[in-house]
Design a protein around this ligand. Structure first.
Ligand SMILES: [Zn+2]
Length: 476
């Protein structure tokens, strides 16, 4: 356990007293198994619930100042971290931000193992690009079990990883939804009510393929094995040792055969062995599956007993290189599909077009420059048109509210007009939106600006005529 210095004890506390945690009442779930381990973002949420304090307040008042003392981190920046809809992914990730949060929560809860609730143990071993899923995912059966067992529902660290498609415990596909803001539940009773109301719908879960379940299990084992990675001096050359050993023991040293077994091209396997290319978590899981071992064996270069395991032919080919996959489609077919999308007006972004054609934007840009440029231009024009239309509707709404306020005999200040708008719509605009709309309304109805800033008077409050009383905000 981390020991706090005596100055962390309250005033008057005996000098030899044991340290006390600042935040008690919650502990991370599932630390003994990688498939059930709680993510740091979820733990942070439950710590706040245990104290009946919102995440922003907790960060701004308690954790932020603590982090500033420990690491010189700005509290407002940390408060912004937890204000984002995907704060769980940010706090539990592989970046320095996750490290700061783990450190400060370790100190506040008197623990020393919260790094295990993040992806930090994988740092330097797998590329961070596209490591985390872009949406919120969960297994309904796991959440259902939490409610039935009397725990608070919590988000597993495993669900944050993009290659994980299924729950290794229940064998169902993870359900996916966009990240959304989670309001803080003020007290325990409302939390229990909220948990009952949001009971996961297990009937909507679908059975996952055996391949996806096995890949999830392999990655869950990696999270469990990662607890010892911090004490080992891992080197990337260990992966080369493993690949050479796998080629020797399974294919008599023929790397090309190993590459074909793994579903990658020879040059990529050669780059892995030479250490000039990193192996993504997707590929590590695939190697471990196809060689029937654990990812830790690949990372550590363990010379364990290997056996061949082919990826089932009926399984979706999600782990293979997209370029290879699209190779089955001729360039003429791709060009024809792009021209058809342009004629129908469905081509609105280069990356979307690439996704639909199962290739990369770079491939389209290099091989079909004219069509790709037309797709990009069409998308830009559509987005500009949508933006102009949104601004026009917003201005019309503002002008309508402006005339309503003016008809009551009151001066249509921006504050009054905005209040009037909000009685009809929840739509909000930026400062520039309101500013432009106000100028348009003043011009359209011939409303004179009631008062302007007197910057000179504000700059010298002792000047004659300045009473020192702040002007009302009607000029806004
Ligand atoms: Zn589950």
């Amino acid at each position: 356990m981390t020991v706090l210095s005596p100055n962390w004890l309250p005033n008057g506390w005996p000098e030899r007293a044991s340290a006390r945690s600042i935040l008690s009442g919650a502990y991370p779930y599932g630390m003994s198994y990688g498939g059930a381990r709680e993510s740091l973002g979820s733990f942070m949420n439950r710590v706040c619930n245990a104290q009946d304090v919102g995440r922003w307040t907790m960060t701004h008042r308690v954790l932020g100042p603590l982090a500033r003392n420990l690491m010189g981190v700005e509290p407002m920046r940390m408060a912004r971290d937890v204000g984002r809809a995907d704060y769980m992914a940010t706090l539990s990730g592989i970046s320095d931000v996750a490290l700061e949060w783990a450190e400060v929560l370790n100190r506040a809860t008197l623990r020393n193992d919260l790094q295990m609730c993040t992806l930090l143990p994988l740092r330097g071993l797998v590329p961070s690009l596209k490591l985390q899923a872009t949406a919120r995912r969960h297994c309904p059966y796991c959440l259902d079990g939490d409610v039935r067992d009397g725990r608070e529902s919590y988000m597993r660290l495993l669900w944050l990883l993009a290659p994980v498609k299924a729950c290794p415990l229940h064998g169902v596909n993870l359900m996916e939804e966009p990240w959304k803001s989670e309001p803080h539940n003020k007290n325990n009773s409302s939390r229990r009510r909220s948990a009952r109301e949001s009971l996961p719908c297990t009937s909507m879960a679908t059975a996952a393929s055996g391949f996806d379940v096995e890949i999830s299990r392999i990655i869950a084992d990696l999270l469990e094995d990662a607890t010892v990675f911090a004490g080992l001096q891992l080197e990337k050359s260990a992966q080369s040792v493993f690949l050479e050993y796998a080629a020797d023991s399974l294919f008599n040293g023929k790397r090309a055969h190993l590459a074909r077994h793994l579903g990658v091209n020879k040059s990529l396997l050669h780059a892995w062995v030479k250490g000039t290319a990193s192996i993504s978590l997707h590929r590590l899981a695939l190697i471990a599956y196809c060689c029937n071992c654990a990812i830790a064996d690949v990372l550590l270069g363990n010379k364990v007993r290997l056996s061949l395991r082919a990826r089932p032919s009926d399984e979706p080919d999600t782990l293979l290189n997209r370029r290879n996959y699209v190779g089955r489609k001729s360039d003429a077919e791709i060009k024809d599909a792009m021209q058809r999308a342009l004629r129908s007006g469905q081509a609105l972004a280069g990356y979307q077009m690439a996704d639909e054609l199962l290739t990369s934007p770079k491939y389209l840009r290099m091989n079909f420059p004219e069509e790709y440029a037309a797709v990009v231009a069409a998308g830009q024009e559509k987005r500009k048109h949508d933006l102009d239309e949104r601004k026009r509707r917003f201005t019309e709404e503002y002008c309508r509210a402006h005339s309503v306020v003016a008809s009551t005999g009151e001066y249509p200040s921006r504050r009054r007009v905005i209040a009037n708008m909000r009685t009809r719509s929840c739509k909000r605009g930026s400062w520039w939106d309101y500013h432009a709309a106000q100028r348009e309304a003043h011009a359209r109805y011939g409303t004179a600006v009631r008062r302007k800033h007197n910057w000179t008077a504000r700059a010298s409050p002792v000047t004659e005529g300045n009473t020192g009383i702040s002007p009302d905000r009607d000029f806004l």
